[in-house]
Design a protein around this ligand. Structure first.
Ligand code: ZN
Ligand code: ZN
Length: 375
């Protein structure tokens, strides 16, 4: 590869805008708008493309964000104010791997040191590393990760003070510091094809960097995710919830009633999603809670146990208590009995309540044609 561990380069970069400049620019903008310094500061640090003519870039960002158009002479004045801001001497250092703390890589809260620590294993195993930017005092002011990609490297997850949070700034910094080609690849054309838990990418755009221009438009990186555990402990995938958990948090289960991709279940799922069958022919076996039926007296059955029955309404009962109505079995809770002891299914039109005496009769009972004589 064209780079080496510890390689350094210097470049001038506009990483932060001095406050007096922001105030001067605000004054000019306020001749034609209502905007305050906060908005101008936001615009300068978030919306400027440093590769462009700075006055024009500011005017177009101002229009895009706030729909404010500037007169030509104001544009020119702002352009010369911004160009007068000297480039800060910035040192860019390339290192392989990601040994050290989150703080060593600019962002103390980085998820790569918390929930997505596996990202560091995958980055290091695939020959990737970090690009870090330092100001004249040697203070760390930004960081981006890189992965090798064919004859190039891709730079992603750009972080930093002011303009260093943009892939654009990093592209121009890398170009100036090392003399390499560095081009921003936009969201739709850039991807690192891995699951978040293998390598977490939080910036949609990337930068493709090399000693020759990249000949294509799209960049799709596929790092090998079977990296050994360099910075993390081994984890195992829970067959129920699919989350990866530490091996201490996994239980191996064996049950003829549970058919999953593996026998490994996290302790949370074991406690909340798996039950022990307590009754019927599967008593003593484990089963998924979604496939167990709770009956009276705290008896838990497997749903396929012949001792329990699910009627056409979805009501469960003991099979021996199911009631036959015209050849179909129903749970007792859906059955209505008429005054003669005949059974009917709740909601059907085979029976009728008498509004006078409140008793139940077959629908075609003479009680209704001859009139209620119960009173
Ligand atoms: Zn689980
Ligand atoms: Zn009646």
């Amino acid at each position: 590869m064209f780079y080496a561990n510890g390689q350094k380069g210097k470049a001038g970069a506009k990483t932060n805008w001095p406050y007096p400049t922001i105030v001067e620019v605000t004054k000019l903008v306020r001749e034609v708008s209502y905007l305050y310094t906060d908005s101008i500061n936001y615009l300068l640090t978030n919306c400027l493309n440093p590769n462009m003519n700075i006055g024009k870039a500011f005017a177009s960002a101002l229009y895009k964000q706030f729909k404010v158009s500037l007169p030509e002479d104001t544009k020119a004045k702002i352009g010369s104010l911004l160009s007068a801001v000297p480039d800060e001497d910035t040192e860019v250092v390339l290192t392989l791997g990601c040994k050290g703390s989150a703080r060593d890589y600019y962002n103390p809260d980085s998820c790569w040191w918390n929930g997505y620590a596996r990202s560091r294993d995958v980055l290091e195993y695939n020959g990737g590393g970090a690009l870090r930017a330092y100001n004249e005092d040697g203070t760390l002011i930004g960081r981006a990760w890189f992965l090798p990609y064919e004859d190039w490297i891709v730079v992603f997850n750009c972080y930093g003070d002011g303009n260093l949070q943009h892939a654009q700034t990093w592209a121009s910094l890398i170009n100036k510091a090392f003399g390499w080609y560095a081009e921003v690849v936009k969201t739709d054309d850039f991807s690192i094809a891995v699951a978040d838990e293998d390598l977490f990418v939080n910036d949609a755009a990337g930068v493709i960097v090399g000693t020759k221009p990249y000949p294509r438009k799209k960049v799709h990186v596929r790092p090998d995710v079977n990296a050994p555990h360099i910075y993390t402990r081994p984890t195992v995938k829970c067959a129920v919830c699919g989350l990866r958990v530490s091996v201490h948090n996994i239980t191996e289960i064996h049950s003829p009633l549970i058919h999953l991709d593996s026998n490994l279940v996290c302790n949370y799922c074991l406690n909340t999603n798996i039950d022990t069958i307590s009754a019927g022919k599967y008593a003593g076996q484990l089963a998924l809670s979604s496939q167990t039926i709770f009956m009276s007296d705290n008896r838990t059955y497997y749903y396929k146990d012949p001792e329990v029955y699910c009627d056409p309404f979805g009501c469960w009962c003991f099979t021996e208590e199911a009631i036959n109505v015209n050849g179909t079995l129903y749970a007792p809770c859906v059955i209505v009995t008429d005054v003669y002891g005949g059974v009917h299914v709740r909601g059907m039109d085979t029976y009728q309540y008498c509004l006078s005496c409140g008793k139940i009769f077959p629908a075609d009972d003479p009680h209704f044609t001859e009139g209620c004589n119960e009173n």
